[in-house]
Design a protein around this ligand. Structure first.
Ligand SMILES: C[S@@+](CC[C@H](N)C(=O)[O-])C[C@H]1O[C@@H](n2cnc3c(N)ncnc32)[C@H](O)[C@@H]1O
Length: 247
């Protein structure tokens, strides 16, 4: 089972997200255990102060180190023998990719630290041996939505969380390819038809078409990904024969 402890100033942002669909089921089945910890509960002053002005001046407030250190220490103390992977959510961190998610999902205990305001006192990253992870090259107001992205991405990878392992193997970003186009009924809708091959019942032809579409779609939309994908010589030839305007 994967244990995820989330340190946040806004635990109330999570419940709806955690209760439903794949994550809700994975929690109910004991595949993942997710606990929310309010950083404010680890303060000792009357006003439960979690932030302060930045040294050197400037706009905004910085999250204080003490309650975060204490929160991490209290989680570690509950299970002193366990190894914890600490992740600080920050726009300055390593970009989350499917490959990185795969590595993270191999841990048993993860602590996610959500920042807010101008961010977190640098000593948290320095001294708590954190991985620093960004969910994209854009700025969010808080680490809560970033933590939800990581949780969603990791839980999908846990054995038993998703019905079919085949669907995992073929999805976008697995093997650095985007998924092929998907269709369902009706076969014709507003003048647009489902490709004949998908109605043919020929499993090999369907698999070949999907693989080809996956490669062509990645070449058009994400040539950066395609450069890292493992393609056969025939597939490379197919790509060369296409006029994709961006190769
Ligand atoms: C407004 S941001 C602080 C940004 C910081 N002042 C900077 O310029 O790097 C507040 C918090 O949101 C979270 N955050 C913002 N963008 C993020 C991203 N792209 N990935 C992960 N976390 C992010 C972090 O936890 C961060 O501490």
């Amino acid at each position: 089972m994967l244990n995820i402890d989330v340190l946040t100033l806004f635990p109330e942002a999570f419940p709806g997200f955690l209760e439903h669909s794949i994550i809700g089921r994975a929690m109910a089945q004991g595949i993942v255990k997710i606990r929310l910890h309010n950083i404010r509960s680890f303060t000792h002053d009357k006003h439960h102060t979690v932030d302060d002005y930045p040294y050197g001046g400037g706009a905004g407030m910085v999250m204080k180190p003490e309650p975060i250190f204490e929160a991490v220490e209290s989680i570690r103390a509950e299970n002193a023998a366990a190894a914890f992977r600490l992740i600080l959510l920050t726009p300055q961190g390593e970009l989350l990719t499917q490959e990185l998610a795969g590595k993270l999902a191999g841990n048993n205990n993860i602590i996610l630290i959500c920042g807010h305001y101008e961010g977190i006192d640098e000593r948290v990253a320095e001294q708590l041996a954190c991985d620093e992870i960004s969910v994209g090259d854009y700025l969010l107001s808080g680490g809560e939505s970033a933590a939800m992205v990581i949780i969603d991405c990791l839980v999908r990878l846990l054995p038993g969380a998703i019905g079919s392992d085949t669907s995992l193997a073929e999805e976008s970003h697995v093997g650095n390819l985007l998924e092929y186009p998907q269709y369902t009924r009706p076969p014709e809708y507003r003048g647009s038809n489902v490709p004949d091959v998908l109605l043919s019942g020929d499993h090999k032809a369907v698999a070949d078409w999907r693989r080809q579409q996956s490669i062509l779609r990645t070449a058009t939309r994400r040539p950066d990904l395609l450069r890292k994908a493992a393609l056969t010589d025939a597939e490379k030839k197919l790509l060369k024969s296409q006029d994709l305007n961006n190769n």
